[in-house]
Design a protein around this ligand. Structure first.
Ligand code: ZN
Length: 265
């Protein structure tokens, strides 16, 4: 594993690894938990692609890319009969690694990295300062969620990266601002200034004008401020209690709020 890439070979994988691949020519990354035996448990945006959902957000329907639709319409797998297994209405899916990667490269998400290492990464969502729980616990969480679901997919609140992060750390964020845990979500929304200012990096910013003029470093710092290993507003949630917490997190009012934020910025 090099310093600037997390790319790994399949034979290097261990059960409990958080892996990801890039889809649609690096437009976004897709994450999952490797559970051994060539299988990956991951969370897919199935719920957001139903025609009824698209109709309710009229103009948004045209912005759904072909690749996203292709993702939802999974080709049948001839290698493993249990590939594509999921519970009805759940976005958590068991896939073989071939179907997960779709010929993309394989990367491993790093846990327990140092702050300087974290900030050196150009692209968000490849590592975190938080440390991973023991392998058995990670795999058990993934398998539990495969049977019980992980709420509705929402790019701002609950995406595939959040799913993998939760399996690895058991951490959920308690905030009310509609900011997800992952680099993927914070790169879409941008971190609210409050989150940025409450981070330890405030010391590096001389004054409010400085905040406005920081551009190149802003993205890295907003990611740092929202990294699950840095935030103070995270709680450890046992996987058995997750449904309760997600039920609260994914209510309609909060989704609307997340959209409002993106429009106003
Ligand atoms: Zn397959």
């Amino acid at each position: 594993m090099g310093l600037f890439t997390n790319k790994v070979e399949r034979d290097e994988l261990k059960p409990g690894d958080h892996i990801y691949t890039y889809r649609a020519v690096f437009a976004y990354s897709h994450h999952g938990i490797f559970v051994g035996g060539c299988k990956v448990v991951h969370f897919k945006p199935e719920q957001t692609l139903k025609p009824s959902t698209l109709a309710s957000s009229s103009s948004a329907s045209s912005s759904v890319s072909v690749s996203e639709v292709n993702d939802a319409l999974e080709a049948p797998c001839f290698t493993y009969p249990d590939c594509g297994y999921k519970q009805p209405k759940s976005g958590v899916v068991l896939s073989c690694i071939d179907c997960f990667l779709k010929k993309g490269s394989l990367y491993r998400f790093e846990y327990g990295v140092s702050s300087s290492m974290f900030l050196s990464r150009v692209r968000g969502g490849t590592c975190t300062i938080a440390s991973s729980d023991p392998v058995q616990i990670v795999v058990r969480r993934a398998m539990h969620l495969l049977q019980n679901g992980f709420g509705n997919y929402n790019v701002f609140q609950n995406n595939c990266e959040d799913f993998a992060l939760y399996c690895k750390t058991g951490l959920l964020i308690l905030d009310k601002n509609g900011v997800g845990r992952s680099g993927q979500a914070s790169s879409v929304l941008g971190a609210p200034l409050a989150a940025l200012l409450s981070s330890p990096l405030t010391l590096l910013i001389p004054n409010p004008v400085g905040v406005a003029t920081v551009t190149a470093g802003m993205y890295c710092m907003s990611r740092y401020a929202t990294d699950i290993g840095v935030r103070k507003d995270v709680i450890k949630v046992p996987v058995e209690d997750l449904a309760l917490n997600l039920g609260f997190k994914t209510c309609e009012r909060r989704k609307v709020k997340a959209v409002d934020t993106s429009v106003s910025t």
